[in-house]
Design a protein around this ligand. Structure first.
Ligand code: HEM
Length: 264
């Protein structure tokens, strides 16, 4: 929509063009044209604009509120963890002799190291809190019901993977606290029925805590889990786009009004 121009005194009105005078192209318009031309070029070869429209421009049910942003907030927390994690991985050394020293080096010597490490550490707590709040929102709004049961199940796996991320990351600074907390955690896992002993053996990488344990935790923390989480978030968001979001329960109660506005 074009906004009406403010009333201007005659002296400030743009002058009418003289006959034969060419249209002056403003740099901003040129930049816009260049952007559109580039997007057109890509779209002509990939037809991606349809997919982008399908994903982004959607109707949402009446009554959608701030609680619906918790999923995106969790996604943002995950992306922040991924970015800060990449920078930490540039300096971290997952060997029993160097792990503690490399973490100390990041905090004390590396430019902005303490800041990035702090963001990663507090970000992990924020992500756990957000994922739990998001799960509570979907639960209390009844979003786990037909036809979104599969998305709920994917969510449950994402929740477990988020917890395993925290658990495996806790060992990495390799100080007294992280070491003994992980010993306790692995032993608790070992008490689980049937799979417990196998799980704790797998996590330790043998009967004793040692260098294999640390490198195994590191590989799980920065390769296996992020890969699995990215794939599952992809599936999760595909289903959200495919099925739309649930209307708030108080609208559904009003003669199914909220449901009618939903896109299926
Ligand atoms: C890494 C973790 C997760 C991310 C990044 C994520 C992201 C999202 C996003 C962006 C949405 C759409 C917006 C919204 O409704 O908030 C959504 C919807 C949904 N999520 Fe998650 N989610 C995660 C974990 C979970 C968990 C743990 C559960 C439950 C066990 C879950 C269940 C659902 C359901 C059922 C919906 C559909 C909501 C509706 O139809 O109203 N998600 N998720």
């Amino acid at each position: 929509m074009k906004l009406p121009l403010p009333p201007l005194p005659a002296a400030l009105q743009p002058k009418p063009k003289r006959p034969g005078e060419a249209e002056r192209v403003k740099p901003l318009d040129q930049a816009k044209e260049a952007g559109i031309a580039t997007l057109d070029w890509v779209d002509e070869r990939t037809s991606l604009s349809g997919a982008a429209r399908w994903t982004m421009f959607r109707k949402v049910p009446r009554g959608t509120n701030w609680f619906y942003t918790l999923g995106s907030a969790t996604l943002f927390a995950f992306l922040s963890q991924a970015v800060t994690g990449v920078f930490l991985a540039m300096y971290y050394d997952p060997s029993v002799t160097h792990a503690y020293e490399s973490a100390r080096h990041i905090t004390n010597d590396v430019f902005l190291g303490e800041f990035v490490r702090g963001m990663h550490k507090w970000g992990s707590t924020v992500m756990v809190i957000l994922v739990c709040l998001h799960m509570a929102r979907t639960f209390f709004f009844g979003a786990y019901k037909y036809p979104r049961e599969l998305n709920w199940l994917i969510g449950v796996v994402l929740l477990i993977l988020t917890f395993v991320m925290s658990f495996t990351g806790y060992l990495l600074p390799f100080d007294q606290r992280s070491y003994w907390a992980t010993v306790v955690g692995v032993n608790i896992n070992g008490t689980g029925p049937l799979v417990g002993p196998f799980l704790s053996d797998f996590l330790r990488g043998g009967a004793e805590f040692g260098s294999t344990t640390l490198s195994r935790f590191y590989a799980i923390h920065m390769l296996l889990l992020p890969g699995a989480i990215i794939a599952l978030i992809g599936a999760h968001l595909y289903l959200v786009a495919r099925l739309g979001t649930t209307a708030p329960p108080w609208l559904k109660a009003e003669s199914g009004e909220g449901l009618r506005e939903e896109r299926t």
